[in-house]
Structures are given as C-alpha cells and as structure tokens.
Design a protein around this ligand. Structure first.
Ligand SMILES: C[S@@+](CC[C@H](N)C(=O)[O-])C[C@H]1O[C@@H](n2cnc3c(N)ncnc32)[C@H](O)[C@@H]1O
Length: 197
C-alpha cells in the first residue's frame, strides 16, 4: 500500500519552491469570470481559498469588486501575492490554513482547491466552507468531473459524489457541466453554485 502523504504547509511550499505548479492555468477560469461578471454586488465579501496565483482576484478588481480575501498555506505563494497586490487595497492576502480561518464571507470561490483534499476529508471542506459563509452565502466555482487515479492530489469526482458531500450543509443551486472551460479542461469540469443552508 502506498504511503499517504501529509498535505501540510511543507508539502505545498515544496511544490511552489520547485515550480511544480502544473495546476496553474495562467488566467482566471472562464466559468468563474463569466459568473462573477454578472454578479451584482461589487462589495460582496469574497474569499478565494487555496488561491495560488489568484488570477480570479485580478479579474475581480478589474471588474469593480472591492472586498477580496486570498488565503494560501504556502508562504511562497502568499509572499508573491502580497508583493503583487501591495497597492491594491481591495485585496487582503493571508498566509495560512483555510481550516484555521475564522471570518464570514458572502462568496467562496472554488478553483482547484477542493481537489487537493483526500476524498475522505471532503466533508471537512464542506463543513468548514459553510462555517465561513454568512447566511445565504454561496460557494461558486468549478470542480473536476473526471477521475485522476492518483494517490496524491488532484483527486477527481463526479456530480453524484459532490451532491452527497455538500448537501448536508448546502442547497445545490447548480452543479452542471461547464460549457466554457479552457480547452485542456474541456468536458472535465462542473460549474457549482451551492447556497449555505
Ligand atoms: C492545486 S493548487 C490551486 C491553486 C489555485 N487555486 C489555482 O487554481 O491555480 C492548491 C493551492 O492550495 C494551497 N493549499 C493547500 N492546502 C491549503 C490549506 N489547508 N489552506 C490554504 N491553502 C492551501 C496550496 O498551497 C496551493 O497553492
């Protein structure tokens, strides 16, 4: 049996240090930017957990959003962002663990963060995300609609898995195949919109 890697700060910072960031698509994910583009409340309090290079944050600021928090556990990623957004008061960068965060947001944006957790730990993500949302707060974003067959991240899944994991804490507003994924992820992403119960 393969040893289970501990997905802690050292693990993630090591990937950043060695530029093993193959998940990075180099721009805001189109399903997310398209959704946020029509989101009416520009002052919504937004959290992007496991944000990496946080291209969605650039998109949000360019489109008038005023209150965005980014959190990443890897100091290298967080330092990059602190430098990049030094003169961007709309963005607050935290180097830390999503599970230790204590605040409340209107929206959590999910982009290749959920897939980093072992499948058996996914309910913890759902319950923590619910605790970080205000009443009627929502997770919006994308989840993989494919399997990877890995014993390390990313871990895949499907709509039925996600409904089971999230429905204890969230009303499922939408989980449907993305029509606007970038081409390397075409047909392998679901757009999700989940409202806190
Ligand atoms: C697969 S990467 C995705 C990064 C970014 N969302 C993207 O799509 O480019 C996952 C990110 O989550 C961060 N991360 C992992 N566990 C975390 C945790 N418990 N709290 C905060 N960030 C975490 C990692 O350092 C890494 O930058």
């Amino acid at each position: 049996m393969q040893e289970k890697i501990e997905l802690n700060q050292d693990f993630w910072n090591g990937l950043w240090k060695n530029s093993l960031t193959g998940w990075d698509i180099g721009a805001a994910s189109p399903p997310i930017s398209e959704f946020m583009n029509q989101y009416p409340d520009k002052d919504a309090k937004i959290l992007i957990p496991g944000c990496g290079n946080a291209y969605e944050a650039d998109f949000l600021v360019s489109n008038g959003f005023t209150n965005i928090t980014l959190i990443d556990i890897a100091p290298i990623a967080a330092e990059n962002l602190k430098n990049k957004f030094l003169n961007t008061p709309q963005i607050h960068v935290i180097c830390g663990d999503f599970y230790q965060l204590e605040d409340q947001y209107d929206i959590i944006i999910e982009q290749t963060f959920f897939c980093t957790f072992y499948p058996e730990d996914r309910r913890n993500y759902a319950s923590k995300a619910a605790s970080l949302l205000k009443e009627n707060g929502e997770i919006i974003g994308v989840l993989f609609d494919r399997e990877f067959g890995n014993s390390h991240p990313p871990f895949g899944g499907n709509k039925a898995d996600y409904i089971q994991i999230f429905s204890e804490y969230f009303d499922i507003i939408k989980i449907e195949k993305c029509y606007n994924s970038i081409s390397p992820r075409a047909n392998s992403e679901l757009f999700i919109r989940l409202r806190k119960k």
